[in-house]
Design a protein around this ligand. Structure first.
Ligand code: N2P
Length: 383
């Protein structure tokens, strides 16, 4: 029996109603877990689906739209880092169906058997993906995950800070060099509360690979972080754009591209035609990342999870997510629905010469993970 026969039925139904996301079953499930196909070949969706995503990383209206269209209640929960997500799953948390790990975390999760396999032939909307994001090195045949959003890790700074008007932050020294920090730290500095991203930027500042497992290089990065830490006000990667940047609680942040763009557009002044948060990719280079939609190995609602995955790859849904989060979309078909000011914003979609300076984080192996854990514990426990 063809697994996605229901998607055909829905396409016909949506076509009759004037459109909507392609691919979807009838929504009259009575069950909280998948029941597979019934006699007519339609997949019976579960009553509920548990989705676990990064904080501030979706347009919640797209969740409501899914619930209303398909009659599936989404239990939506968020995390602050890949490591928090991993810890939760490793602690045996069951019930999460759909998760959004980044590149290097996909590799780790594949090795730990934490993900269900998928077949992209079952996902009609996978065809919307920009070919440059198909078959990324951490999942070369997309046997586990599909791309969700991508971005970079750089520096966000407040345009109205006088020091930055003369000295636009173009180096990681603005985050890590105490002599530099002296100039503006009293106005507040935030860094990402993330055990790979913060050491990663420090390593790049020092001229090292952000994936190094060389203990001397990691010790050097730890010392740079410890020397800068007294100047930092907050470690926040969860809601810093809304609680620290937009209200002007800090002057500078190590930040993710979309979060800083969110602050830019939310401080945009129609009169000056400018926002108050700028974003820079430091001259030493920076990390780029690709977050993914994956299904947990422990799911009992595999078909519903797959159906949701396909929904998220619909061109209009993916565009709505980017228009809300300000992160770049790997969905090529979504481009025509993305607001022109977002498509033209080079801090969100960096030009090729900037992209050439970017590196991926990769899995560092068991010993490497131990070293990064040790570094992170030293950073977080120091006074
Ligand atoms: C947005 C989270 C961005 C995810 N708040 C970075 N991988």
């Amino acid at each position: 029996m063809k697994k996605w026969i229901w998607s055909l039925l829905l396409v016909l139904l949506l076509a009759a109603c004037g459109g909507g996301p392609a691919g979807g079953p009838s929504a009259d499930s009575e069950e909280s877990s998948d029941t597979g196909s019934d006699a007519s070949g339609e997949v019976q969706l579960a009553d509920e689906l548990s989705v676990y995503n990064w904080a501030d990383y979706i347009d919640e209206e797209m969740i409501t739209q899914y619930e209303d269209t398909y009659g599936v209640d989404i239990i939506y929960d968020t995390y602050a880092s890949n490591e928090d997500l991993l810890a939760k799953l490793q602690a045996g948390a069951e019930g999460y169906d759909v998760i959004f790990p980044s590149d290097y975390m996909v590799s780790i999760m594949i090795d730990l058997d934490l993900l269900s396999k998928i077949d992209t032939a079952d996902l009609p909307n996978f065809a919307n993906t920009d070919p440059q994001f198909v078959g990324a090195p951490f999942d070369p045949n997309n046997e586990y995950c599909v791309p969700y959003q991508w971005g970079t890790t750089g520096i966000g700074y407040r345009a109205d800070v006088e020091f930055f008007q003369e000295n636009p932050p173009d180096s990681w020294a603005y985050v890590f060099d105490p002599a530099m920090l002296e100039q503006y730290a009293d106005q507040g500095i935030n860094v990402l509360n993330d055990p790979r991203e913060l050491p990663g930027s420090a390593l790049i500042y020092l001229g090292y690979d952000p994936n190094t497992t060389n203990p001397d290089e990691l010790n050097e990065a730890r010392d740079v972080i410890l020397a800068a830490k007294p100047y930092w006000k907050t470690f926040n990667s969860e809601d810093y754009d809304n609680t620290l940047l937009i209200p002007g609680e800090v002057a500078l942040t190590q930040g993710w591209s979309g979060d800083v763009a969110n602050a830019y557009w939310n401080t945009y002044d129609d009169e000056t035609e400018d926002g108050n948060w700028y974003y820079s990719i430091p001259e030493e280079g920076a990390v780029k990342w690709l977050d993914n939609i994956c299904i947990t190995a422990s799911t009992e609602r595999y078909e519903t999870a797959l159906h949701f995955m396909n929904y998220m790859m619909d061109a209009e849904v993916a565009a709505a997510v980017t228009n809300f989060t300000y992160y770049a979309s790997p969905n090529e078909a979504a481009r025509e629905f993305i607001l022109p000011e977002i498509l033209d914003d080079q801090s969100i979609f960096p030009p090729q010469d900037v992209q050439d300076k970017l590196v991926w984080l990769t899995e560092v192996g068991e010993e490497g993970s131990f070293l990064y854990d040790e570094l992170w514990t030293a950073v977080k426990s120091s006074q």
